[in-house]
Design a protein around this ligand. Structure first.
Ligand code: ATP
Ligand code: SF4
Ligand code: MG
Length: 400
């Protein structure tokens, strides 16, 4: 678990600002208001930020909602007759609301379906079942030009900017491409101006336009990836492990940039990460995913102070505490075994094969629904209240 400098701390904690990478002068923070920023802010029909709405005491209406979303990949066998012998249930019935102008953090261990869920929301992979609506539009029903227009509003930032940027294309060409494809800026001079605006927006000098991805540091490359994502003035950005490939010292700069752009452009984010420290600091709401389903979802601060699902409790117990005295007395909850195969998830509660609180009744037979155990705090565990009250204790050998 890497320790990430708290850039802004939506959970209320303060941290050093330290946005710029002193060792890398071109990797500077964004300039002030730019034409790109003001254009986007002026033309994108987004509501108030989640923070603003929270301050006004009203819940934010979601920008995007998914219900019962499933993505099942067929497993095929046979050289001559290509038979489907099963399915990888990568996403297996997810309900999700992305707060407009806010950030939803999605966490869970490798292989639990985070990327597939993110890609399904953008229709980069076709869902097997379920619905996705954005501003009331049925995203899964869109075809042709309507789908193309919708895609402008939903963009993705990838984990590894080097592999997501074409090494043979200059930055100018990378950033011009979406402008050309979607015909948002006509004429090469206007496009060149827009490319420089975008570079300025993400804190890169105009001279970056003539260079190629390999000439930049990891942090700078991620800035290029972010510039490409905001080029079409989207409403939603899905950032899949946006800082996992970066040095810890650079991570905070990129997280800060994402937050500044959100504020300036009114963006809604889904941030996917396996690192709880990363999502904690940037998320308004966090969803914890296990084997294709969301098992707990609530406000970021509450998830960290009052985790209710046994899986979340175990994840939290692995996070080091900065206070040495508290750290010495920290109890870790050990999860035995690996993530079961998503092709053959356990019956009843999917977490039961690793759950230190597993009970002889219900856990193996009944699928626990995601239910509101506390206000705005949903948990998929039959025994969440009894575990929280200490009436059900974890297995002794799971505590170290
Ligand atoms: N195109 C595909 N075809 C078949 N199976 C796939 C495909 N894409 C993903 N999977 C499987 O779906 C499951 C979920 O994968 P996914 O990449 O969504 O997980 P993840 O949570 O993003 O993991 P990581 O943290 O390692 O990125 C895995 O078992 C994976 O092997
Ligand atoms: S339902 Fe049972 S197995 Fe599942 S998390 Fe709760 S206690 Fe553990
Ligand atoms: Mg992934």
């Amino acid at each position: 678990m890497s320790s990430v400098v708290d850039p802004v701390g939506r959970d209320g904690s303060a941290g050093p600002a330290g946005r710029d990478d002193a060792a890398d002068p071109a990797d500077r923070g964004p300039a002030g208001s730019t034409a790109a920023g003001s254009t986007a802010a002026g033309s994108t029909a987004v509501g108030p930020t989640a923070a603003g709405v929270a301050a006004a005491g009203e819940p934010a209406a979601p920008l995007l909602s998914a219900r019962g979303l499933e993505v099942h990949f067929p497993i095929r066998r046979g050289l001559i007759l290509d038979r489907t012998i099963g399915h990888v249930r990568a996403v297996d019935g997810v309900d999700l609301d992305l707060p407009r102008g806010g950030t939803y953090g999605l966490v869970g261990e490798s292989g639990c379906g985070k990327s597939t869920l993110g890609r399904a929301l953008l229709r980069l992979v076709e869902p097997t079942a379920g619905t996705v609506t954005m501003d009331g539009v049925d995203v899964l029903a869109l075809k042709g030009e309507a789908l193309r227009m919708q895609r402008r509003r939903m963009q993705m930032v990838f984990q590894d900017p080097l592999s997501s940027l074409d090494p043979r294309q200059s930055v100018e060409s990378i950033l011009s491409e979406p402008l050309q494809t979607h015909r948002v800026v006509s004429g090469s001079a206007a496009r060149a101006t827009r490319v420089r605006e975008l570079l300025d927006t993400v804190g890169l000098p105009a001279s970056a336009a003539g260079r190629y991805p390999h000439e930049f540091s990891g942090g700078q490359r991620q800035r290029i990836g972010i510039a490409r994502a905001v080029a079409l003035e989207p409403a939603l950005i899905i950032a899949d492990e946006p800082v996992s490939a970066l040095d810890v010292s650079i991570q905070a700069q990129i997280v800060n940039l994402l937050e500044e752009l959100q504020e300036r452009l009114g963006l809604t984010y889904l941030v996917i990460a396996h690192d709880l420290a990363v999502v904690r600091h940037i998320s308004d709401v966090i969803g914890v995913m296990y084997l294709g389903v969301v098992v707990e979802q609530t406000a970021s601060r509450r998830l960290y102070t009052e985790p209710l699902h046994p899986y979340t409790r175990a994840l939290m117990s692995a996070v080091p505490i900065p206070d040495p005295d508290l750290e010495d007395s920290r109890q870790r909850i050990l999860l035995s075994g690996d993530l079961p195969s998503p092709a053959n998830p356990p019956s009843g509660c999917r977490f039961r094969t690793r759950c230190p609180w597993v009970q002889e009744t219900r856990c193996a037979d009944e699928v626990p629904p995601l239910r509101e155990v506390r206000p705005d705090h949903v948990v998929a565990c039959h025994w969440a209240e009894q575990i929280d009250a200490g009436e059900i204790r974890p297995r002794a050998d799971a505590i170290v």
